[in-house]
Write a protein that binds this ligand. Structure first.
Ligand SMILES: [Zn+2]
Ligand SMILES: [Zn+2]
Ligand SMILES: [Zn+2]
Length: 269
């Protein structure tokens, strides 16, 4: 049985690898032979993203390291000069996202516009390069959608395990806020809004917060759902709710290709 499962697993992995080889060839408009594409994919242990970066950025030495001393380098040069691939490269390069970063050590948080394919930003204080926080770890001004139909904005956090409830017990999951229209439901954030997409950052009229740690705590006179913890920056005991992982350079770096200034647009106010 174990063998059958193992075979099944290998089959799945081979399938995936075959698909990646085809995608790589497609991306480079068939300029790589199947064998070359496969060699590149295998070199990166099946990691498609790394294989694509390699196609766009690797130096001659790196190419020869992978494809041998044959005409591999010439081929890559030819591929890169090919207009369609150049356009593609440009498109691929300019896809950017505004993402959240944090440094646990320096207790700082910031948002940066970074290229989708390399979402890294340097901490201004310790100069360490940080990976963008996954979307489900972000916190800040957020959109909420209550089951009563009300959509509103408030502070939210996608992961509150750094915080404790009123009884001192570690919390988990997303933060909650009380829908100010129905006053009945505790609502979790739908998404955290990057600074550029933020509507006016003010709390709606009638919004109040029953959390034990709220900086303007409200004690309800009639029974009302209790917010487990308030994530308004003024209520939080800490700045960094989730510390971003450090980025370790893979050697094939984008810095040789574009300057850091091109990559980073500071959108902090
Ligand atoms: Zn730092
Ligand atoms: Zn509601
Ligand atoms: Zn509050």
């Amino acid at each position: 049985m174990a063998n059958a499962a193992q075979n099944q697993h290998n089959l799945g992995e081979n399938d995936e690898r075959w698909r990646n080889v085809q995608s790589l060839r497609e991306l480079f408009h068939g300029r790589f032979s199947e064998r070359e594409a496969e060699t590149i994919i295998n070199h990166f242990h099946g990691n498609f993203q790394q294989a694509v970066n390699f196609g766009f950025e690797a130096t001659q030495a790196e190419i020869e390291d992978v494809l041998g001393n044959g005409d591999g380098w010439q081929l890559v040069i030819y591929v890169r000069q090919h207009q369609v691939v150049q356009d593609l490269n440009r498109r691929y390069e300019i896809t950017k996202e505004i993402r959240q970063f944090s440094c646990g050590l320096c207790n700082t948080m910031w948002w940066r516009k970074v290229p989708t394919r390399k979402m890294v930003s340097k901490c201004r204080t310790c100069k360490k390069r940080k990976k963008a926080l996954p979307r489900d770890k972000e916190w800040g001004w957020a959109r909420f959608n209550c089951v009563c139909g009300n959509e509103y904005h408030h502070f939210g956090a996608m992961d509150i395990r750094m915080l404790r409830g009123s009884n001192g017990v570690q919390l988990s999951g997303k933060s909650k806020s009380l829908c100010f229209r129905c006053n009945q439901y505790l609502v979790e954030p739908t998404e955290i809004l990057p600074p550029r997409r933020r509507p006016r950052r003010s709390l709606p009229k009638g919004a109040h917060c029953t959390a034990y740690n709220c900086y303007k705590r409200y004690i309800p006179t009639v029974p009302e759902p209790i917010v487990p913890v308030c994530v308004h920056p003024r209520s939080l005991p800490i700045t960094v709710l989730v510390a971003a992982n450090s980025h370790t350079s893979t050697g094939s770096t984008v810095d040789t290709f574009m300057s850091q200034d091109d990559l980073i647009t500071d959108i902090n106010p």
